[in-house]
Ligand binder design. Structure first.
Ligand code: UD2
Length: 327
């Protein structure tokens, strides 16, 4: 199915300066009025196009949220504390951002009668009992982050059931692509950085653990399908349906970069999920969404691009920013 076009809408993207959010903003901006609510704790203003309205505020702040959501037709909710380990260290703090503010956002959406698409996660499944994991599998998160995403996912469904609000939750598997940066950026960007620097590529554990890696451009397409589907009030796995071991990933990245890096093993990560892979058939059937970018070509284009995919700072003019600070 072709990717649906979204035109002439007023759209809010929370976390719109972040990794996934900023790619979504790029796709929406040419044909819509797009607002971004971001506190720039991890988001980067250089990722934003010029013709977007930026509200520099925190999603936990009801006033900022109210202003950002006023008159919108559609909300994509990507603002979150994305670090699983941070959620383990500070469960209440991550809960405020990942759950309490999401509830504020759903309430705001109700007032505006706006459709909502939320970023959920494969973290809702914890250690999957079956592979590939389908949406009906047992949910058993192993971190506060996973509990928060599961609660958000369930609230999203409930808002459709109780209040007839059109909502969709997208359960992302391991997303990668340009602009993924910082300490919680994921194994692909870490390995590419290590390979480029000819430093050892560090596999945690035996490398036989596996993941379903999905390119951010596919994730953007999934969001556009979710924004236009009639099959609302549902959660969908967003992955490719193909699992890759971390060892195979390390070799693919070493080959793609032409690096001389040795591949080394260190201690496994405490609590690491052994295998994670999506049954992606529900999204295919009901949303008409199928991932198109295979891992090798995704890595190849990432390696061939100029690095993190950041814009040249000199080439970016300041976006139309409504600057406010919230503590
Ligand atoms: C992903 C998500 C996380 C959450 C979780 C749910 C990312 C970046 N994170 O965590 O938000 O949804 O899934 O289960 O997508 N590894 C190495 N060497 C390194 C770094 C990582 O071997 O230098 C291994 C790591 O031990 C793990 C695998 O690579 O087995 C993937 O790690 P990750 O941090 O990219 O993502 P994951 O699956 O832990």
């Amino acid at each position: 199915m072709d990717t649906p076009a979204i035109c002439d809408e007023t759209i809010l993207v929370t976390g719109g300066a972040g990794f996934i959010g900023s790619h979504l903003v790029d796709a929406l901006t040419p044909h819509n009025e797009v607002r971004v609510l971001d506190n720039f704790s991890t988001g980067d203003p250089a990722h934003l196009p010029d013709d977007v309205t930026v509200i520099d505020g925190d999603v936990r702040d009801p006033i900022a949220l109210q202003r950002a959501a006023r008159g919108v037709d559609l909300i994509f909710h990507h603002a979150a504390v994305v670090s699983v380990s941070q959620s383990v260290d500070e469960p209440r703090r991550s809960n405020q951002t990942n759950l309490e503010s999401s509830l504020l956002l759903l309430e705001q959406a109700r007032q505006e009668d706006a459709r909502v698409v939320v970023a959920s996660s494969a973290a809702v499944y914890g250690h999957p009992e079956e592979l590939p994991v389908s949406e009906t599998a047992r949910t058993n998160p192993t971190s506060p982050y996973g509990v928060q995403k599961l609660a958000l996912d369930q609230y999203t469904r409930l808002y459709e059931e109780l209040y007839d609000l059109p909502t969709v939750a997208l359960r992302y598997f391991n997303v990668y692509g340009p602009r993924q940066q910082g300490p919680y950026s994921g194994v692909i960007s870490t390995f590419i950085e290590q390979a480029r620097a000819d430093e050892p590529i560090t596999i945690e554990g035996d490398g036989q653990q596996s993941r379903d890696f999905v390119h951010v451009d596919d994730v953007v397409r999934a969001n556009l399908h979710a924004a236009t589907t009639d099959a609302v009030g549902e959660a969908y796995n967003i992955g490719t349906g193909t699992r890759t071991t971390i060892e195979a990933l390390a070799e693919t990245i070493r080959d793609a970069t032409g690096s001389a890096s040795p591949i080394v093993h260190r201690e496994p990560r405490t609590g690491d999920i052994r295998h994670s892979g999506a049954d992606a058939s529900k999204a295919s059937r009901e949303l008409g969404f199928d991932a198109r970018i295979g891992l090798e070509s995704g890595i190849r284009s990432l390696v061939d691009s100029s690095g993190t995919g950041r814009r040249d700072a000199g080439a970016v003019s300041e976006p139309n920013r409504e600057s406010e600070s919230y503590s």
